[in-house]
Design a protein around this ligand. Structure first.
Ligand SMILES: *Cc1c(COP(=O)(O)O)cnc(C)c1O
Length: 382
């Protein structure tokens, strides 16, 4: 192929031929190029605190389950993922028909918009909400109604979702509302009363998606999952993931809980065999090891408090969090600080893309990783 054909058929040429929603879309920003950083620093010298992964890894049973799958790599996985669904159903006290598996919950969040939104419709979500909400909306050509978050100086939940404003933003054109509880990147959350009042205000022909990627980590008394509300409200959906608390980010499995009818419609666009065999087996294994989960949640709770205090002692504002990361205000020098951390092999997540350019999101690591972060930070601010 001659180069002038390649030059004329560039990204802009193809974008002009893409569907309307895709034309103005920018791909999801996964953060820094970690593969390159691992090569440059060596895996053991790099402190990876940018992607909210579980630093302790999954239950050791997951590795055994994956090994066990290696003899059947030539076979397609169970297209229904039924054993995993049964295990989830038993754990959550829900019927199997209410569960849909995804290649990560990212896939499910995209699929929800693909199925229920489209040109001429609205999707409502909060400013500083998870980045995938905007992406999913725009892909379909739907209009994003981005609602202001609670103010930065809010007494209890700075930058959190303003549920009253979200409910008020729903119009007859609204098909979908995305809410993350707890939210990424702010770490903020809300509880039962607020949740129920919000659900009561949204018309029941609007689908409300509660992204609960960090639900397992939220132990505050004023946190509440939407799962108990599913039985009474068929328009509610909850998405969860094995990537965070369960430590299986590398295998890409998430799940959705909703009305059986909603799951059936979503099934129509699900890719066949979207969750692979080793992943299914590993998820079943981690669900069986409650002790490992509890242990790693406890480590996270201890380290989150420790890291928060250490950062606060250095004069940085740390926003409240019920997750495995903290959002931290570094002020006017944020970009310089981030670059200086990177130069020392410490990866955190810049927040410019979220409109929070004076903040960094830092995943809570092991004590060793947190200490290495602080040592690098101390060098920068000295
Ligand atoms: C990490 C994350 C997800 C999704 O993760 P998957 O790995 O795709 O399951 C979804 N929502 C939020 C808010 C997250 O932080």
């Amino acid at each position: 192929m001659s180069t002038d054909i390649l030059t004329s058929h560039d990204e802009a040429w193809f974008a002009a031929r893409a569907s309307r929603g895709i034309q103005g879309l920018r791909a999801y920003d996964p953060g820094h190029d970690l593969v390159a950083f691992r090569r440059r620093f060596g895996v053991d010298n790099l402190v990876e605190l940018g992607s909210n992964e579980n630093p302790y890894g999954p239950s050791p049973a997951a590795r055994m389950a994956v090994l066990d799958q290696l003899h059947s790599l030539h076979r397609y996985p169970d297209p229904l993922g039924l054993d995993l669904k049964r295990a989830l159903a038993a754990k959550l006290g829900l019927d199997v028909s209410r569960i849909l598996l995804g290649n990560g919950s990212h896939e499910l969040l995209m699929q929800l918009a693909q199925v229920f939104a489209g040109e001429g419709t609205d999707v409502v979500f909060s400013r500083y909400g998870f980045a995938v909400f905007a992406l999913a909306t725009q892909c379909t050509g739907a209009r994003a109604r981005v609602v202001d978050a609670l103010p930065r100086d809010h007494a209890t939940m700075p930058l959190g979702h303003d549920l009253d404003a979200l409910a008020a933003a729903v119009t007859p054109a609204t098909r979908l509302v995305y809410v993350a509880n707890p939210n990424n990147p702010t770490g903020t959350w809300f509880g039962r009363e607020a949740l129920e009042a919000f659900v009561a205000r949204v018309p029941d022909d609007v689908i409300v998606v509660f992204d609960e990627a960090y639900a397992e980590m939220a132990e505050a008394r004023d946190y509440a999952s939407a799962v108990p509300l599913l039985a009474r409200h068929p328009n509610l959906v909850v998405t969860r993931t094995f990537s965070k608390a369960y430590g299986l980010a590398g295998l890409r499995v998430g799940y959705l809980l909703g009305a059986p009818g909603l799951v059936a419609v979503m099934e129509r666009v699900r890719e066949s065999f979207n969750v692979n065999g080793p992943a299914l087996a590993a998820c079943e294994a981690v669900l069986d090891d409650a002790a490992h989960l509890q242990w790693s949640l406890e480590q996270n709770r201890i380290e989150r408090g420790w890291l928060r205090d250490a950062l606060a002692q250095r004069g940085f504002r740390v926003f409240p969090s019920q997750t495995n990361f903290v959002l931290v205000e570094f002020g006017a020098n944020t970009t310089l600080i981030e670059a200086a951390l990177i130069a020392q092999g410490v990866v955190v997540r810049p927040m410019g893309g979220y409109g929070l350019g004076d903040c960094l999101r830092i995943t809570v690591g092991t004590r060793d990783e947190n200490e290495r972060l602080l040592a690098a930070l101390d060098k920068v601010i000295a």
